[in-house]
Design a protein around this ligand. Structure first.
Ligand code: GDP
Length: 292
């Protein structure tokens, strides 16, 4: 198990321990009852849990092993067909959205470092002009990673920052533009309008962009992550999730709930505060981590 080695030990050990005590029971009804409770406590949404239990019961009757059915169902739920532009060679623009504190700016730094490692010329746009600290933080990452940052004064129109960044992206022939956005303005509606306006500015200059609109979600907030995903989806077609803080108290089920409810792929998971703490997400590897 290479990919998720190390930082996810907490999550995987707890999950495995829970499953092994449940599946050591003999009576299938007892197993299902305990499994139901365990999955709900692991942050899997109740309707998904019920669906899993129903399927397990049915397939066990046909002679299959309950634990194998569960594993298959989890992998199937997480396997959402999608293109990941971060893994391709073409140029693209990505908009990164999410509420403050979720790990948005850190994730952009991580994505930038990942792309640089692959030989890409990256540029950042600090379009969170609502918080002065937002721009400063990204600029610090930029100078550490040697990635240029286009920013504006505190209170400047975020769309004008994006417009300047688009110009630089085009003129200087960068491969990837990553745009940091505000996570909170006076009202939710203002925030969503701002994101819409930014998208419009991008589309006017580059009609096929942004190729990626990633929502950054803190995995330790459980079902609240689902509420946030619902809100952000109203404003735009998200293309994927970056799930952060998987090294913390995350319980493992949040990913499953998001994938199922929104048919939205988790593209990256983050497991710490340094730029190395990001990994491409793979359903098979995740299942291995939870079951082996
Ligand atoms: P933003 O407000 O959404 O831009 O969030 P930040 O990028 O500023 O991150 C908020 C806090 O979470 C900072 O202290 C980060 O160092 C921390 N953080 C971000 N991602 C992770 C992660 O994957 N694991 C851990 N443990 N901390 C993280």
């Amino acid at each position: 198990m290479q990919i998720f080695k190390g930082k996810l030990n907490n999550l995987s050990e707890n999950f495995k321990r829970g499953l092994s005590s449940i599946f050591s029971r003999r009576n299938i009804e007892e197993i299902l009852e305990e499994l139901e409770e365990f999955l709900v406590l692991s942050d899997v949404s109740i309707d998904i849990v019920e669906d899993f239990i129903k399927k397990i019961r049915k397939r066990v009757k046909k002679g299959e092993e309950a634990i194998n059915v569960l594993r298959e169902e989890i992998v199937e739920t997480l396997s959402i067909d999608s293109k990941n532009w971060f893994d391709k060679d073409e140029k693209f623009i990505a908009l990164i959205v999410g509420v403050n504190g979720g790990g948005k700016t850190t994730s952009i730094a991580k994505l930038g470092a990942l792309l640089k490692d692959r030989g890409k010329n990256v540029i950042f746009a600090a379009a969170d002009t609502f918080r002065a600290a937002g721009g400063i933080q990204l600029e610090q990452w930029g100078s550490k990673l040697n990635i240029p940052v286009v920013s504006g004064e505190k209170g400047a129109d975020p769309s004008s920052v994006v417009y300047n960044a688009l110009n630089s992206y085009r003129t200087n022939n960068y491969d990837v533009l990553l745009i940091d956005t505000a996570g909170r303005v006076h009202t939710k509606e203002n925030l969503m309008n701002e994101l819409k306006k930014i998208t419009k500015v991008i589309k006017r200059e580059f009609p096929d962009e942004p190729k990626e609109v990633l929502l950054v979600l803190d995995a330790t907030i459980g079902q609240n992550a689902i509420v946030q995903a619902r809100e952000f989806r109203k404003f735009s077609d998200l293309t994927g999730i970056v799930l952060t803080k998987m090294d913390g108290t995350a319980k493992g089920g949040t990913i499953i709930s998001i994938a199922k409810e929104f048919s939205l792929p988790v593209k990256f998971i983050c497991t710490g505060e340094s730029v190395e703490d990001i990994q491409l997400f793979s359903p098979q590897d995740y299942a291995k981590l939870l079951f082996e």
